[in-house]
Design a protein around this ligand. Structure first.
Ligand SMILES: [Zn+2]
Length: 171
């Protein structure tokens, strides 16, 4: 098995296999220094692109320094990640042909204002690299924020009307 990095239609660079890979094969390990979430946040707050991989409950992240950090997200990926004893493996979930780009679903979370737009080109692309759960959470948050704004506006209008109405009635 040989992995190479070259330009990708999904994002600047991607990871490709030079040989066919069988379903179930460990393609790469996501390696790099382990940081606490706080350390990672303070290091990378200002950077638009990070290569952080959350372990377990997300309190520890791997600061990617490896071949695997070039693997792009796809909504219809050929690999998945799994955590085994604190190590993260990228494993083929189907047979992959030589020259195919290696991808997995990033299932992003905790992205702040970043929309994390997806350009994977899959037929069922969900348009973002966030996990389905995170997309739901964000939609709920946006709805809440919208309700607050609408609620405030309505409140103001009501107050205006009720101030005028008594005056009109008394005439
Ligand atoms: Zn996509």
């Amino acid at each position: 098995m040989g992995l190479i990095i070259r330009s990708s239609a999904i994002h600047a660079a991607g990871c490709y296999t030079t040989t066919a890979i069988r379903k179930g094969t460990r393609v790469a390990e996501y390696t790099g220094p382990r940081l606490s979430k706080q350390e990672a946040d303070s290091c990378y707050e200002q950077l638009p692109i990070t290569y952080l991989f959350g372990l377990g409950d997300g309190s520890i992240v791997i600061d990617g320094h490896c071949m695997a950090m070039f693997i792009n997200h796809s909504c219809n990926p050929n690999c998945e990640t799994s955590e085994v004893d604190g190590r993260v493996w990228i494993t083929a979930i189907r047979n992959i042909a030589a020259d195919e780009e290696i991808t997995y679903d990033y299932c992003l979370y905790d992205g702040g204002d970043d929309e994390a737009v997806c350009n994977c080109g899959a037929r069922k692309c969900r348009g973002t690299m966030y996990s389905r759960e995170e997309v739901k959470r964000r939609k709920a948050l946006a709805k809440k924020a919208l309700k607050k704004v609408v609620g405030k506006k309505r409140g103001k209008r009501k107050a205006g009307r009720s101030a005028k109405t008594p005056g009109a009635r008394s005439n």
